[in-house]
Design a protein around this ligand. Structure first.
Ligand code: NI
Length: 167
């Protein structure tokens, strides 16, 4: 397994539309394992393939305290949304920034697991926000997009400065 480099906002590669995974092959499983390792190492609670520069519809999530409940969603789709909540979100592609984002409180989603088997899940609270956040990534969206223009431009400047310092 390999820890992959995570793209940072405002990298334009985060704006790509991810492609559906045509078949869950060993290559895809290797990518899943790399993404899990990258997420745990960061550490974070969710990661979309697009964030490691792999434009596939694939996300990994682990919201457990014990960090041993990996959830893999390949070609995820939200079937229904209910209610509303506003939770503070962060993102491994937007380091150091935490802002509240309004999303559905509970969702029903379907996806394929690491073995390529279809499953459905009902999620609420943190897991619901997390799944919605990660699926946004697959459509080229970052949580910063939900914030005011002023906040977006502050965050962009701050991260561009950090990236210059890191070079
Ligand atoms: Ni994110």
């Amino acid at each position: 397994m390999t820890i992959r480099r995570i793209l940072h906002y405002p990298d334009p590669r985060l704006r790509r539309q991810a492609n559906p995974v045509p078949e869950v092959t060993d290559d895809i499983r290797r990518l899943v394992d790399d993404m899990a390792e990258t997420m745990y190492d960061a550490p974070g609670i969710g990661l979309a393939a697009i964030q490691v520069n792999e434009p596939w519809r694939l996300i990994v999530i682990d919201i457990s305290q014990t960090r041993d409940r990996l959830q893999v969603f390949i070609n995820p789709e939200i079937l229904s949304r209910e209610g509303e909540q506003e939770l503070e979100e962060g993102c491994l592609s937007v380091p150091g920034i935490y802002e509240p984002v309004a999303r559905a409180h509970s969702i029903r989603a379907r996806a394929l697991n690491r073995d390529g088997q279809a499953f459905e899940i009902e999620a609420e609270h943190l897991l619901a926000s997390c799944i919605q956040h990660e699926i946004d990534h697959l459509d080229g969206k970052v949580f910063v997009d939900y914030l005011s223009r002023l906040k977006q431009s502050r965050i962009r400047k701050k991260l561009e400065k950090q990236q210059q310092l890191a070079m």
